[in-house]
Design a protein around this ligand. Structure first.
Ligand SMILES: Cc1cc2nc3c(=O)[nH]c(=O)nc-3n(C[C@H](O)[C@H](O)[C@H](O)COP(=O)(O)OP(=O)(O)OC[C@H]3O[C@@H](n4cnc5c(N)ncnc54)[C@H](O)[C@@H]3O)c2cc1C
Length: 394
């Protein structure tokens, strides 16, 4: 196993870095708060990359993929994290896109894929329901076939950024008599169809990131069914595999640790820099050691992917460790800023300066928001079950 980058890889890195420096939209520079971003902000970088041909590296070349090696994709992620670019939304590019080009028919591919690629359609994910999160196969939203339409009734929840979405991909029950997994279908639904209502859920940090989506007698043309009726569970699981890849977030965690170190250099305890305090220094060192271990685990996965072996259930390890580290960074950041992280400083208005240094301003909301990472994408407890069963054979 060779962990060193080749000359070609380093040349690729230089090309990517120069491109980001030149083309990253000015309108996004300095916008580090996700809740400050409007719909057009999320799409601005997407559209620049679509024009360059770099927005969907892992797609088949026929639909715009770049045929980059896994190392090049790794470098791509690293350079984006380094430049702190707004992450691309996964719902079209890495979730429903791969489902459509793998299981969709020709018409569906021709219609939806270019629109996802160019950022014309915003997608959201309609999987979870109240009572059907970890136990997804128990979902109850029902689709009943009536002539050339399905009539859909039910409710989805935790639907990320549905307030901006043009389309939702939904798991629906089409056969209530079959075994849970065998009565589910995968439907594409236009969010402008009558009968769809989106209600915001405001999270602990005060932001509007997730929603409830109610579907009442929503009429969906049968041509919006992906693959075969009642085979949706197969497509759903395929999509979850894509959702988990890249979830370790090593590159962005590295950048966030650098930011934490800067804070710990600025903060003083009894006249001494916090970063020099043995207790804090020890926690920071442990965090970096764990992140380095995770990085090598990820590189090992990439090396075996390059050798033609899929990541397999081991990707659950990346999800667990990656998200635990993301949470620990926010915990240490909150510890570093101390009482300056206490006031709730959102929406102060234009004329009011936040209390404390700028870096303390978002530490509490970010800490609260990051609690989500061990829940979404399949909770960490569920990932442990997967490791126990599939990796350890318990
Ligand atoms: C911020 C955020 C964004 C999200 N975005 C979306 C989205 O866009 N679309 C979408 O469809 N969903 C989304 N989700 C939903 C997410 O997939 C679910 O929250 C997740 O699958 C957990 O399901 P649940 O919330 O119903 O919790 P539950 O399944 O009720 O679990 C509750 C607790 O019990 C534990 N648990 C459950 N079963 C087991 C078991 N068998 N063994 C051990 N422990 C277990 C869980 O780990 C968890 O700690 C989002 C969630 C969050 C927090």
């Amino acid at each position: 196993m060779d962990f060193n980058f080749t000359k070609e890889d380093e040349a690729f890195r230089a090309e990517v870095r120069a491109f980001i420096e030149e083309k990253y939209p000015d309108s996004l520079k300095g916008k580090v708060r996700r809740d400050e971003l409007e719909r057009e902000d999320f799409l601005a970088w997407h559209k620049v990359l679509a024009e360059k041909g770099w927005v969907a590296p892992s797609w088949p070349e026929e639909w715009g993929g770049t045929d980059w090696s896994v190392t090049q994709r790794y470098i791509w992620n690293e350079e984006n994290a380094r430049a702190d670019t707004v992450p691309l939304l996964p719902f079209g590019l890495s979730m429903v896109g791969p489902v459509i080009y793998t299981f969709g028919n020709e018409e569906q591919k021709k219609h939806y894929l270019p629109r996802i690629y160019n950022g014309e359609d915003w997608w959201c994910q309609g999987y979870s329901e109240p009572g059907s999160g970890s136990d997804l196969a128990s979902l109850r939203t029902k689709a009943v076939r009536e002539g050339d339409h399905y009539i859909v009734n039910g409710m989805k929840t935790w639907t990320t950024l549905a307030q901006y979405a043009d389309w939702i991909f939904c798991l629906v029950r089409t056969d209530s008599d079959a075994k849970a997994q065998e009565g589910i279908s995968f439907l594409l639904i236009d969010m402008n169809t009558p009968g769809i209502e989106v209600k915001p859920i405001i999270t602990l940090d005060g932001s509007h990131e997730v929603n409830e989506v109610f579907l009442t007698d929503v009429k969906v043309p049968v041509e919006n069914l992906i693959g075969e009726e009642n085979k949706g569970w197969t497509y759903a699981k395929f999509l979850l595999g894509h959702e988990r890849s890249g979830i370790a977030g090593v590159a962005r965690s590295k950048r966030n640790i650098d930011r934490l170190k800067e804070i710990a250099r600025s903060e003083l305890v009894d006249g001494e820099q916090l970063i020099r305090q043995a207790d804090f220094e020890g926690k920071l060192a442990q965090l970096e050691i764990d992140l380095t271990a995770l990085e090598f685990t990820e590189l090992r996965t990439l090396a075996s992917e390059s050798a033609g072996k899929g990541p397999g259930p081991e990707s659950s390890i990346l999800k667990i460790k990656g998200t635990e580290i993301q949470q620990r960074i926010t915990e240490l950041t909150l510890e570093a800023v101390g009482y300056q992280g206490m006031p709730y400083q959102r929406d102060l208005g234009d004329n009011v300066r936040p209390i404390g240094p700028e870096y303390a301003e978002m530490s509490a909301p970010t800490y609260f928001n990051t609690r989500k990472t061990s829940i979404y994408g399949g909770s960490n407890e569920i990932q442990r079950n997967i490791i126990a069963k599939m990796v350890l054979g318990l």
